[in-house]
Ligand binder design. Structure first.
Ligand code: FES
Length: 146
């Protein structure tokens, strides 16, 4: 490889890596919240919806949790201020695990889409997502998983 081409490629990598890293960071990774169990309830602290990015507190629109005995994660979306909807990330068409992003759930298998509240937006699925009853107090979100 010529020296000039080698230097050009090195510069592209040098510029590209920080750019890619900042883009990935701005997309935000999926975050799995910590849970506790108490008297049949799964408890998630509301503070799990906050993260610190570049010394600023940023609100996550949703967090994921795993629950023993469930083969799919649950996504808890804050659909309105202090209103949370917990949906099982299992497509109601043929059971693929859903992707989360852009305010909707999308199925990688056949393209069904669901709203952040679990409502069907687009088939081939014909039913809404399974959701779980939630309650809140000033500190926590309580999920009733049955
Ligand atoms: S399994 Fe999700 S659309 Fe078919």
């Amino acid at each position: 490889m010529e020296r000039r081409i080698f230097i050009k490629k090195c510069c592209q990598v040098g510029i590209g890596l920080p750019l890619a890293a900042s883009l990935l960071q701005s997309c935000g990774a999926l975050y799995y919240a910590t849970t506790t169990q108490d008297a049949g309830k799964t408890i998630v602290a509301k503070s799990e919806f906050w993260e610190v990015r570049k010394n600023k507190k940023v609100r996550r629109p949703f967090v994921l949790i795993t629950v023993e005995g469930l083969a799919f994660p649950i996504c808890i979306y804050e659909t309105q201020e202090d209103n949370y909807v917990a949906s099982l990330l299992k497509c109601t068409h043929r059971g693929c695990e859903l992707n989360v992003g852009g305010g909707i759930y999308s199925c990688p298998c056949h393209g069904s889409e669901f709203s952040a509240s679990g409502g069907l937006l687009q088939g081939p699925a014909e039913r809404d997502l399974k959701t779980f009853k939630t309650e809140t107090d000033h500190e926590n979100i309580y999920l009733y998983i049955s």
